[in-house]
Design a protein around this ligand. Structure first.
Ligand code: SAH
Ligand code: SF4
Length: 373
């Protein structure tokens, strides 16, 4: 595992000032650099005309190293969905997806290169964990998204990334420290960070209970999404191997405590897999577990991974599942399938939706995408 170069987005403002001082410069230079990066999205010395020409290159080399190199970009939906594949300094590949809607812009980011959780329906899970991303590597995906918002064909009401979902590659809560650092940088106002509202961030987890509890104690207001995928331990043990450690009841308990502490509705993610977890009795069990809770179910039609024996539920079965969950008084939506064309084109991007009926999120790195180099 190689360490990515230090970047100002790995540090809080005090840390950046100390780093600049150690380079023999005045602390306020850290604020100038930060404003360039977080408000103008630039890391190019030539753009930094408020810094003496003689020190620009050094400061940029030391605090704004290039972390992401574009490997490939794919667009669909008339340019409204844009998938970006990035090469990191050590050759690891991660992807992010930018989705423009009339009223908002959602960015789906990766928190790890690969993932160690081994969920059998997930392309990232098949490839295993390469390494954690640094806080700055996570933030850099959003900064790249901010640059990209201004290009492309679809005009939007907002010219900035308004929502962020941690639904790209990796398990964010398995990279806890850097996740929290990234959340701070994304949400602290400039010059400390990008100033995006905490409420507009969604952290999606496979259900690492101690980390959910730790996140609860951070007193943030980010939304929590829990990838449940089954209401019973028998099916969940198969679909989400980490369930053998933290079972359904324990995961949901932690989720309800998070909801109580934040006042925010927890999103329960459920990939519908034909004949595996889509039976009517499982819909009823799910509905009864969530009834009366501060929760919302997001059903995701399975996006089959290459070579997988599993596929999405039949439409009638999906409708019946929705009907039964809703019958328990539980809010339920089915994610739209934005980005399907670019999924198809590159093997494995499951475009998804979080939030209300059309709120996007997404994911999926592709095993097919990865051997491009
Ligand atoms: N590791 C975290 C976040 C990344 S995965 C998690 O598991 O929650 C983001 C979402 O995509 C999760 O809900 C995950 O279960 C879902 N997902 C993974 N592979 C999928 C596939 N092939 N089809 C549909 N959804 C998938
Ligand atoms: Fe990891 Fe999430 Fe994929 Fe499971 S679904 S392997 S936790 S990225």
């Amino acid at each position: 595992m190689t360490h990515p170069p230090r970047h100002l987005a790995d540090l809080d403002l005090a840390g950046r000032r100390a780093a600049v001082t150690a380079l023999g410069e005045k602390p306020f230079r850290a604020d100038q650099l930060s404003r360039h990066y977080f408000t103008r999205y630039t890391d190019t010395p030539e753009d930094m005309t408020d810094l003496p020409a003689g020190i620009r290159a050094t400061l940029c080399d030391e605090l704004l190293p290039r972390l992401l190199t574009s490997e490939r970009e794919l667009t669909c939906d008339d340019g409204a969905t844009r998938k970006m594949l990035w090469r990191l300094h050590d050759g690891a590949l991660v992807e992010s997806v930018l989705m423009k809607y009339p009223d908002r812009v959602t960015m789906c980011v990766s928190s790890q290169a690969g993932c160690g959780m081994g969920c059998p329906f997930c392309a990232t899970g098949q490839a295993g964990l390469t390494r954690n991303l640094s806080a700055a590597e996570i933030v850099a995906q959003v900064v790249a998204g901010e640059r990209a918002v201004h290009t492309g064909s679809q005009p939007t009401a907002t010219s900035r990334v308004s929502n962020i979902v941690f639904m790209g590659m990796g398990e964010p809560l398995a990279n806890y420290k850097n996740l929290i650092g990234a959340i701070r940088r994304l949400t602290d106002p400039a010059p400390a960070g990008l100033g995006i509202s905490q409420r507009s961030l969604t952290v999606s987890t496979v259900g690492l209970v101690p980390a959910i509890r730790r996140l609860t104690d951070e007193k943030l207001t980010v939304r929590l999404a829990v990838s449940l995928h089954a209401p019973d331990d028998e099916a969940r043990d198969e679909l989400v191997p980490v369930n053998r450690r933290w079972q359904v009841a324990e995961v949901l308990d932690a989720a309800w405590d998070y909801a109580a502490a934040t006042g925010r509705r927890v999103s329960i993610e459920y990939a519908l897999i034909r004949d595996i977890n889509d039976q009517p009795w499982r819909a009823d069990l799910l509905g009864s577990l969530l009834a009366g809770r501060l929760a919302h179910v997001n059903l995701i039609p399975l996006n089959p991974t290459p070579g997988s024996k599993w596929t999405a539920s039949r439409p009638g079965v999906q409708e019946e599942f929705v009907r039964r969950v809703a019958g328990h008084g539980v809010a339920v939506t089915v994610r739209d399938t934005r980005g399907r064309e670019i999924d198809g084109a590159c093997g494995q991007l499951a475009a998804t939706v979080t939030g209300r009926s059309v709120g996007p999120a997404t994911r999926r790195p592709g095993t097919r995408l990865l051997p491009l180099a």
